[in-house]
Design a protein around this ligand. Structure first.
Ligand SMILES: Nc1ncnc2c1ncn2[C@@H]1O[C@H](COP(=O)(O)OP(=O)(O)OP(=O)(O)O)[C@@H](O)[C@H]1O
Length: 540
């Protein structure tokens, strides 16, 4: 997909190029027509006047104060890609235009207050390892209660948070919630299991009036059905006590829904189902005010981009607020997002594209395919600490491994794309309920699925990318709990080993020096044709 097509759709109605359309602008503009240069300048040019010596000294003093404020905000933000002045500083500048004594003292007091606010925000960001890029970024939340005092949130919503046991916002929630509440677009990257779902759901619930009239108000796109279903469940929990219409786009709804009469405040869907409903069932998305792309890098992957583009185009409300969330934000997606979103703020919690620091990661050399099966059995004999998730690279291999483990004394189940929706949901529910100890899975549940208690993730087959690795192992070590991740590798996986090893090192896990001496593979994907999983010896 061309960037231009996507960007044209995302840009629609949000940006007015004053330079290019200066003639049209002039037609609607009262008073003298400004020059194109002036139209593009961040601030209008001020008329210069001759100043007396006293006035000059006063001006210099003000200039020094302004410089001090500007440099202090730049220094504390640290990660400032878009150099610019904060809204607070803009406010200060306009106040400085005042001249009278009283106004001066009011301006000084206000300036001090603003300086304190800037400093407080910077201290909070530093404490929670929040890095932002963008202009006029709202301060992070100190607590959930601030949602009531600062944003007038209904206390029942905050009450729901404490009922769910959420007493403190996580770092991504501290920063993303005020950004979305301020009507700003954002793209956010925060570790797996760090509460991104609540970070985008809560502002929607605060902003949207329950009991929809006039069409769908928010759309959340997820890459898999399981994740979409989970997001609906989370949303309903947060909204308990108010009559929001929160809908999951099921297969039936997508194929035969009567969308004209449908009440829906928040609609959660996979891209294909939503696109189908828009094109074949005339689902109207023109009233959508919020569009969230969860696991955004996955959504932008080849195969999905065209569909995303079409959905984005259908959400034609010019004042729509879009946001992108993921635990991995590759440079290419970030660059694309930066060109297509309007005045968006970037939020990174911790280090970009890194694994959760709560997970103890290990790499194990298993030599061959048969070696992997032996290593798995041995590790189960030594210690099996359920629930355990085992990832393999294809549904065929998932079935093969399931057959092998069926002979062992392990309560195992399997989930892959060949199962129907109910079977997939049952597999997930059984693991959650402790009925199964080990769930063998493909990439289907690698992203976003929240299994709070997963103690260990085993990458039976080496992951095909760094992002896949981060998301797979991120099924453990969630919501502040610790977890373990074991990754088997064979001779065939060695060329890609160093890429994964870097993730271990950056989260403080040990890696043998010989692995770190391997060359880094430039290629982003690694997929190996593997021998079938079987204990029956080959004929040769
Ligand atoms: N403020 C909070 N305090 C305690 N627990 C929380 C808080 N916010 C969310 N959680 C819990 O943390 C867990 C992980 O949250 P969530 O699924 O949103 O993570 P995520 O960042 O989206 O992860 P992933 O990148 O894997 O999708 C959930 O069980 C959720 O209920």
């Amino acid at each position: 997909m061309e960037n231009s097509k996507l960007s044209s759709a995302l840009f629609a109605g949000t940006h007015f190029n004053r330079k290019r359309f200066s003639a049209d602008f002039a037609r609607f503009h009262q008073g003298p027509t400004p020059s194109p240069a002036a139209l593009c300048a961040p601030f209008p040019e001020k008329k210069r006047k001759r100043k007396s010596g006293k006035a000059k000294a006063k001006k210099n003093q003000k200039k020094r104060a302004e410089a001090a404020i500007a440099s202090s905000s730049d220094a504390v933000e640290g990660f400032n890609v878009f150099k610019g002045l904060t809204a607070k500083n803009d406010e200060l500048r306009s106040e400085k235009v005042e001249t009278g004594k009283d106004e001066d003292s009011v301006a000084v007091r206000r300036r001090k207050e603003i300086e304190r606010e800037i400093e407080r925000a910077a201290v909070l960001r530093k404490r929670f390892d929040i890095h932002i890029a963008g202009q006029n970024v709202p301060a992070p939340l100190e607590s959930f209660e601030e949602l009531i005092s600062r944003y007038g949130c209904d206390s029942y919503l905050v009450g729901n948070l404490s009922k769910l046991g959420f007493h403190e916002p996580t770092p991504i929630q501290r920063q993303a919630i005020p950004i979305l509440l301020s009507g700003r677009e954002c793209f956010a990257c925060a570790p797996t299991g760090s509460g991104k779902t609540l970070a985008f759901l809560f502002p929607l619930l605060m902003k949207i009036k329950p009991g929809s009239k006039g069409g769908v108000k928010a759309v959340i796109l997820c890459p898999t059905r399981e994740l979409a279903a989970q997001t609906v469940r989370e949303c309903k929990k947060l909204a308990k006590g108010r009559k929001y219409y929160i809908k999951l786009m099921t297969k039936d709804l997508s194929k035969s829904g009567n969308f004209k009469d449908m009440h829906c405040d928040i609609l959660v869907s996979t891209p294909l189902r939503l696109d189908h409903a828009v094109k074949k069932r005339d689902l109207d998305l023109s009233s959508v005010e919020y569009l969230v792309l969860d696991e955004s890098d996955k959504l932008f992957e080849l195969g999905f981009v065209e569909v995303i583009d079409s959905v984005v185009e259908a959400c034609s409300n010019p004042s729509i607020i879009r946001s992108l969330f993921s635990a991995t934000l590759p440079d290419s997606i970030e660059a694309l997002a930066r060109t297509i979103m309007h005045d968006a703020i970037r939020i990174i919690v911790g280090r970009k594209n890194s694994a959760s620091s709560l997970i103890k990661q290990k790499l194990i050399f298993a030599g061959t395919e048969r070696g992997k099966l032996l290593a798995l059995r041995q590790s189960f004999q030594e210690s099996l600490n359920p629930p355990v998730l085992i990832f393999v690279q294809s549904k065929e291999r998932a079935k093969e491994l399931y057959k092998e483990l069926a002979f062992d004394d392990v309560r195992a189940d399997v989930i892959h794309a060949d199962l129907n929706e109910q079977q997939r949901q049952d597999a997930v529910d059984n693991l959650r309920a402790g009925k199964t100890w080990v769930l063998i899975a493909t990439e289907v549940i690698a992203r976003g699925m929240d299994f709070k208690g997963v103690n260990c993730v085993i990458n039976y087959d080496f992951p095909e990318s760094v992002a896949a690795y981060i998301h797979r192992i991120g099924r453990s070590g969630r919501a502040g709990r610790s977890g373990e991740a074991i990754t088997f590798f064979t001779e065939e996986d060695k060329p890609f080993l160093r890429n994964i090893a870097n993730v271990l090192v950056s989260s403080g896990c040990e890696v043998p020096p010989w692995i770190m001496a391997l060359p880094k593979l430039k290629r982003k994907k690694h997929r190996v044709d593997r021998d079938p999983i079987s204990t029956i010896p080959d004929e040769d």
